[in-house]
Design a protein around this ligand. Structure first.
Ligand code: PEP
Ligand code: MG
Length: 891
């Protein structure tokens, strides 16, 4: 049997369904599903993504039997629509749209009104009795087709129209009559002929294949490639092409076109939310040329708009539409983003897909859908993207009093940000590269601006509604956005914008409050948001599901408090060297490092002891009886050596030595490769007095606290950068002898454990020996990645970006664990360690402990806990729960 390339949808003969998105693309699969559900969908067919793959694998050519299959499907469309393609009496017009597996809004090409030519336009006039509509559709088609398929600049078409309107004294398109549009059509055709030396294609069949080819070609245009890279979409997936009978929203006042969400995508509120335009085609709504009207009365009133809602203008259509929304939500068990058209009073559904939403909306929708018994708690937990929880931690405006409010626009995407004004995407990118925060200001954004939107902290547009490109894209990115701020005039040549007479130049600071739509002059203070009730509920469900504990990497009381408030269940890594970065402390650390003799070193350490002890008491108090892993000193020496003359003099003065001698000592200590030099346990073996001081600080803090409060503190002492059992044995014996001393001095019995970081390949391979003397392992995957790849943590940035661009590496291994190499070493370490000590506690404290992808790997290999920075604790809790759900579903 011949391979099937084309899948029909429409009524009972529908061949696809929602589960076929890999083959039919998201749009095609959902059009098929809606047809199956008996919803009013114009008939059509999807040319599968496999054709796209074939097209690129075979020098941009089609499979042999595709023409026949397209033709057959087209016959069915004709039968169901009662119209015929290229017919002189009842012509069928088509839309041709792209549709990949995952939505890539605005990235690829679309052609509407296809099939019109000099003859069928006459038939369309006769059928519709509306010359204006017919020629308006025809000129749109010529312009779109010429742009997308023939590669003629749309600007040239726009110039013709603008000149014509000026000659006639028109200011608006609505003043154009049928005869006017007819003249425009003729002028457009002349333009095409001049540009291409051939006339605009009359044959509908040639038009159709031209458009299909253009959609496939658009898969590889640079903006689509950039989008795929940003969103991790594989190049191999390809796009489907959806060919569908046109329905017209621009035939008159009983026609309309619109977009809607079944719930509010900004807040998650359970209320239909959307916009429409009377007498318009779909592209007009998103283009932001006319201000759209609200669908429901409630939102019209809330927006204070005078334009009537769909609910009032077309009550029957509205009621049918709300039923369809409910049906689709129940069917897909998720909030839907819909496109529809009303042609002469009849409602047609053109698209449904999972609606993009802000993080707080996602939480609210998930939790409320559990309450509505639409989904289970597990499904709710599985639905939230852990990385996006970051959005909830976005700042909001703290206090705007005293700051001039410049203007307001639509609150298109929540959160707040300030930055210097820039007017182009390229400038935004360049300024970001210079480390400057920027706000991108545009009349409206287009897919060409995506890189600038990524670079900017916030986006402000003067045109466009809540579903404009800027609004939808910024919301997806979790960035504040204000759209449609009509009080602003952008003067690009002068690089300034004028707001009610006030001039804001490029580089001036403004603040956006995307939640209220207000724009402020200057920088307004920000505050961290409170987490919502929905957030807390979802986290509780996640906690019930997850197996691994979630700890934090923290060493300051403020970080510890943040982590606890986010639900940390212990400290997995307290980097003691980080406790010594500031002021007087760094001076003493430098003294200690630069000391020439043991006595001098002990003198410096004696200064550090009380500080270390006091810090630990504070941390133990905050953590109550939760576990705390304290890592002994692990300073890459170069981070601590004094660099400037002033620093050297300061240390010399403190140590009472000559600064020249000290400089010499610093030079002696200089290392060619400090990351692989005298750090971690090597320094501790060389200078056991450091271990003595730190162990004493830990034990004295423990003893004092248990005396003072009766709390059972059980510190976990961790030795860094161990590669050999003998290294750990050496440091361990020092710790044990200090423990004895402190027990005797204080007449207490200490309860503690000693373990090690596993961050060198040798340690992973020899885990069996090391486990003999270690009660726990914590995988330091930052160093383990560095040493497994032989890539310096500090120098990787200069080439890792290029590695990702060229596809040598898919992901940055310092962000997301390299399962096959580094991960293999971790799992060897776990297996071999447990073979010697079955109750060995195993965790991870490298940056990967906060990365969802790596967390699911940690679940798979059976780690007991993950430890990450405080702000990532909620992400880790959720990702750990999802890891359980996914590992049980894959079993
Ligand atoms: C590690 O190497 O993964 C680790 C946690 O230690 P540090 O980043 O302090 O070297
Ligand atoms: Mg390390």
């Amino acid at each position: 049997m011949a391979k099937k390339w084309v899948y029909f949808f429409g009524g009972k003969e529908t061949e696809g369904n929602a589960s076929m998105r890999d083959l039919l693309g998201g749009k095609g699969a959902n059009l098929a599903e809606m047809s199956r559900l008996g919803l009013p969908v114009p008939p059509g067919f999807s040319i599968s993504t496999e054709v796209c793959t074939h097209y690129y694998a075979n020098e941009q050519s089609y499979p042999d039997d595709i023409k026949e299959q397209v033709w057959e499907a087209l016959k069915k469309v004709e039968r169901l629509s009662g119209k015929r393609f290229g017919d002189m009496h009842s012509p069928l017009m088509l839309s041709v749209r792209s549709g990949a597996r995952v939505s890539m809004p605005g990235m690829m090409d679309t052609v509407l009104n296809l099939g019109l030519n000099s003859k069928s336009v006459l038939a369309l006039i006769e059928k519709s009795g509306n010359e204006r509509f017919a020629y308006d559709s025809y000129r749109r088609f010529i312009q779109m087709y010429s742009d997308v398929v023939l590669g003629i600049d749309v600007g040239e078409f726009e110039d013709i129209l603008e000149d014509y309107k000026e000659d006639k004294g028109y200011s608006q398109d609505t003043q154009m009559s049928g005869a006017d549009w007819k003249e425009i059509v003729n002028a457009y055709k002349v333009l095409v002929e001049e540009e291409l030396d051939e006339s605009f294609p009359e044959s509908p069949e040639a038009q159709l294949w031209g458009a299909i080819g253009a959609v496939f070609k658009s898969w590889m245009v640079p903006r689509a490639q950039t989008y795929r890279k940003l969103h991790n979409i594989s190049e191999d997936w390809g796009t489907a092409v959806n060919v569908q009978a046109m329905v017209f929203g621009n035939m008159g006042e009983d026609c309309a076109t619109g977009v809607a969400f079944t719930r509010n995508p900004s807040t998650g509120e359970k209320a239909l939310y959307g916009e429409f335009l009377i007498n318009a085609q779909g592209e007009d709504v998103v283009a932001g040329i006319r201000t759209p009207q609200d669908i429901t009365e409630a939102s019209r009133i809330a927006a204070g708009s005078q334009n009537p809602s769909l609910e009032i203008l077309m009550p029957d259509v509205f009621s049918q539409f709300t039923h369809i929304c409910e049906k689709l939500e129940r069917h897909y068990k998720d909030m839907q983003d819909l496109e529809f058209t009303v042609e002469q009073g009849k409602l047609w559904m053109l698209q449904t897909r999972k609606g993009k939403r802000t993080m707080s909306a996602a939480l609210k929708i998930a939790v409320e859908m559990v309450e509505e018994e639409l989904i289970s708690e597990r499904e709710a937990v599985d639905r939230i993207d852990p990385s996006s929880l970051d959005q909830l931690l976005h700042p909001t405006i703290a206090e705007s009093a005293g700051h001039e409010e410049l203007t307001t626009g639509l609150p298109a995407s929540p959160g707040a940000a300030y930055g210097a004004v820039v007017f182009t995407a390229d400038e935004a990118e360049a300024e970001k590269a210079n480390g400057n925060p920027v706000i991108l200001v545009r009349v409206e954004t287009s897919p060409e601006d995506i890189h600038g939107m990524h670079a900017a902290l916030g986006v402000l547009t003067t045109r466009g509604g809540m579903t404009s490109h800027a609004a939808v894209v910024a919301r997806g990115m979790g960035k504040p956005c204000i759209s449609g701020a009509g009080g602003i005039r952008v003067d690009l040549p002068r690089q300034q914008m004028i707001i009610e007479g006030k001039i804001i130049n490029k580089g001036d600071f403004i603040t956006l409050d995307g939640s209220s739509g207000r724009v402020f002059d200057g920088r307004v203070e920000m505050q961290q948001p409170e987490t919502s009730q929905e957030f807390r509920r979802l986290m509780e469900w996640a906690d019930d599901i997850r197996r691994m504990k979630v700890r934090t990497n923290a060493e300051t009381p403020s970080d510890v408090k943040t982590a606890l408030s986010f639900g940390a269940e212990g400290i997995g890594l307290c980097r003691t060297e980080h406790m010594f970065f500031q002021g007087e402390r760094i001076l003493s650390v430098r003294e200690m490092i630069l000391a020439d003799t043991k006595v001098e070193r002990q003198k410096a350490l004696a200064k550090l002891l009380p500080m270390q002890r006091q810090d630990l008491i504070q941390i133990f108090e905050l953590m109550e009886e939760l576990p705390v892993t304290i890592r002994l000193l692990d300073p890459p020496l170069h981070e601590f050596l004094p660099k400037t003359e002033k620093e050297i003099e300061e240390v010399a003065l403190n140590m009472g030595v000559n600064s020249e001698d000290l400089k010499e000592r610093a030079q002696e200590l200089h290392e060619v490769n400090p990351m692989l030099g005298n750090r971690g346990c090597r320094l501790l073996v060389l200078f056991p007095e450091i271990v003595e001081m730190q162990a004493r600080a830990i034990f004295e803090a423990t003893a004092e606290l248990s005396k003072r409060t009766g709390a059972t503190v059980k510190p976990e002492i961790m030795v860094p950068l161990v590669g050999m059992k003998s290294e750990l044995e050496n440091v361990r014996s020092t710790i044990l002898s200090v423990a004895k001393e402190v027990e005797q001095e204080n007449d207490v019995s200490l309860n503690f454990s000693i373990g090690t970081m596993i961050e060198l390949p040798r340690a992973a391979l020899r885990a069996e020996d090391i486990a003999e003397v270690a009660e726990f392992f914590s995988f330091g995957t930052n160093d383990l990645t560095q040493t497994t790849f032989g890539i310096s943590r500090d120098d990787a940035a200069s080439f890792l970006g290029n590695y990702q661009e060229t596809g040598i590496l898919k992901l940055d291994p310092f962000v997301s664990i390299d399962e096959k190499g580094v991960g293999e070493l971790v799992s060897i370490g776990v297996r071999r360690g447990k073979s010697r000590r079955p109750d060995l506690k195993v965790g991870i404290c490298g940056e990967h402990g906060g990365d969802p992808h790596s967390i699911s790997f940690c679940e798979m290999i059976g780690l007991d806990y993950i430890s990450c920075s405080p702000f990532r604790v909620p992400i880790a809790r959720l990702a750990a729960a999802q890891a359980v759900l996914r590992s049980s579903s894959s079993r």
